[in-house]
Ligand binder design. Sequence first.
Ligand code: 9YW
Length: 441
Amino acid sequence: MTVVETGTAPPALAANAAYILRGNDIGTLTTAAPRLYPHLWSWDAAFVAIGLATVSVPRAVAELTTLLGAQWASGMLPHIVFGPDEGYFPGPDVWGATAPSGARTSGICQPPVHAIAVRRVLDAGRRNGGADRDLAERFAADTFDRWLAWHRWLATARDPDGRGLLEIHHGWESGMDNSPRWDLAYAGVRPGLDLLTGRERRDLQHVTDARQRPTDGEYRRYLWLVHQMKEARYDDVAVRETVDFRMTDVFMSAVAALASDVLAELGDEFGRRSEADELRTLADRFRAGVLSTVSPSTGLARDVDLRTGAVVDVPTIGGFAPLLSGGDAALVRRQLDLFTGPHWCGHPDLRYALPPSTAPGYAGYSPRTYWRGPQWPFMNWLLYWTLYRAGHRDEALSLRSEGLRQLGDLAFGEYYEPHTGEALGSAHQSWTAAVALDWLI
Ligand code: 9YW
């Protein structure tokens, strides 16, 4: 273990992180957060499994098994798998969606980071040896086709024209709910019904200040889109034809490129040569799609509104998608310089040199509001892991050491105020604890 300055001794930080994950474990799933998010969220579950793998390979396998148990017949992995708790809005009654297994789910997806989790669980199992190795190897080999089905669904249902850019139908699908990336698209969403008045926004009961969360106006639009998709019976084609929100998501596309490469490597290991080739072709397609969106002037990748053709030029973390998908060494170098420079991680007013979700110099920057400014620990880990894998070790290790310093307060916040380092949103957030564990163990 390398020594990292956290303000808290690494063993204490690791022990606290493991304690948080244990506390959020309701048996078959680890809730994304104890009160605010009492269910399993798709991409959270992947990071949670990565953290769990450091303390219990069987428990990490169980987490991913629960997610796969809710896979739709189409191959889609839903963004929420509901547990028994009724304390979240919009809950299963609003979504009205059920997986073939009978699991109650939402009807949309989230970025496909899961192959990275399978890789990490397999690596942990092999490191431990014995029963852990057997379990992890069996799990990775037996579930390979399920993850492949998920990637195939993305490639067909969400990139039907093969341009290498995944289409999303809700900001929630991006995992960056109220990022300025989606402001333009949401401005065009005019709810035909008020689906919020008379309902209780439970998320506001679990934060100290409503300004840390999306507004009621934003929530009305979120609910309207759910309503439209439910009316279309979550049919992929019908949703695309009727929904008021159709954006390409460059960050999700980059995750698809990265994860397709990772899954292809697993395919190689399990003798699945043609599927591995298919996945590498997909990875190339998404990589090229991401690169096609880069602004020559800012160097950032951009989303496009498929309903209007408008290109969204806002400086958010999403613009760094090519750091995940690669494919152009000169561009990646340019992005790394920008990323570590004074407009982003190297901004002189930041407490820790970590990427804010929106650039501090941007007019719409809001350092306490969710995806409009705060730093997100799981995002720091994702960038750390990808950069390390791609050989950008200095930048990666800086994210790790700064990320651990940030988590030394033991709050395990959902997100952090970039200037003060204050933990915001939910405390004891599972994926925050999970990435601390992976960094330390
Ligand atoms: C919501 C669970 C989820 C994350 C998303 C994040 C937030 C949920 O929390 O969305 O209710 O708005 O934006 O990325 O998966 O941690």
